[in-house]
Design a protein around this ligand. Structure first.
Ligand SMILES: [Zn+2]
Ligand SMILES: [Zn+2]
Length: 262
């Protein structure tokens, strides 16, 4: 089963293309289950996300597309929701209560710093990379413990600009994966990192191996911000997962897990 659950729409103002073009690209790429998970509205960093009053039309439009293409592909709708440590109050209730198939929880911010945004690269010179990594993983643990989300977005995003810690994070990573397991979340294998300066899949192979040992379920995503990125490096992601030992991949309908053979 070919699954790609994390894709954007132009509603977030930094993705391009029409929704139907994403779906047609997915069909062309042999994807069986395709999901939109655009950046959820929030009273924070509003430039890069849809607004609260677009929630209903977003869900309606994707559901209508799903109907239109139902003979060729299964279309899902979700949100990618920002989780900012100790700022859970920023998350829109309407997003959490919406009739979507799944919610991806993602950490893109340490305090107010959007660390994956090239606009704010100079901030890396002002911080201690080791401390920032710890803070990043602590945010993922808190996100898992919030139990608000179904999927962990790009688990090791903080590596995006190649800022590696000076010591092994293995223990911290293990603790973070344990929190994901204990709180019953699914890990996405997200190929977007291969398009970024780090040139690596999220999460790295060693992290996926630990996740496999902990029996954490996985799903796949290309994190496409244009129709041409749909299914990006999917064959690589699938063979990596199989090579590690994963045999199953997860999708969701209204937060209910559906498990398929990879
Ligand atoms: Zn985005
Ligand atoms: Zn993201």
């Amino acid at each position: 089963m070919n699954i790609d659950l994390h894709n954007h729409t132009k509603l977030c103002n930094h993705a391009i293309g029409e929704c139907y073009e994403y779906v047609e690209s997915a069909i062309k790429n042999g994807i069986n289950i395709f999901g939109f998970a655009c950046h959820a509205p929030m009273e924070f960093d509003k430039k890069y996300r849809m607004s609260v009053n677009e929630i209903d039309s977003y869900i309606y439009e994707i559901r209508a597309l799903g109907e239109k293409y139902r003979d060729k592909i299964s279309v899902k709708v979700g949100f990618e929701v920002d989780y900012i440590y100790k700022k859970e109050y920023l998350i829109e209730k309407k997003v959490l209560e919406s009739d979507v198939d799944y919610l991806i929880g993602s950490v893109h911010f340490l305090n107010n710093w959007g660390f994956d945004n090239e606009e704010f690269l100079s901030e890396y010179n002002k911080i201690d990379i080791n401390d920032a990594w710890k803070q990043y993983l602590q945010s993922i643990i808190a996100m898992a413990e919030s139990r608000l989300f179904d999927i962990v977005g790009h688990f090791d995003l903080f590596k995006i600009f190649n800022n590696k810690p000076s010591f092994s994070l293995q223990k911290d990573i293990y603790n973070t994966l344990e929190a994901i397991k204990d709180n019953d979340m699914v890990l996405e294998i997200n190929t977007a990192g291969i398009r970024k300066p780090i040139c690596e899949i999220y999460p790295s192979r060693d992290i996926l191996e630990l996740a496999y040992k902990l029996e954490i379920p996985i799903t796949f995503s290309s994190d496409a911000h244009s129709p041409s990125q749909v299914g990006f490096k999917k064959d690589f992601a699938i063979s990596l997962a199989k090579d590690i030992g994963f045999k199953e991949v997860v999708s969701f309908s209204l937060h209910k897990r559906e498990v398929y053979k990879i």
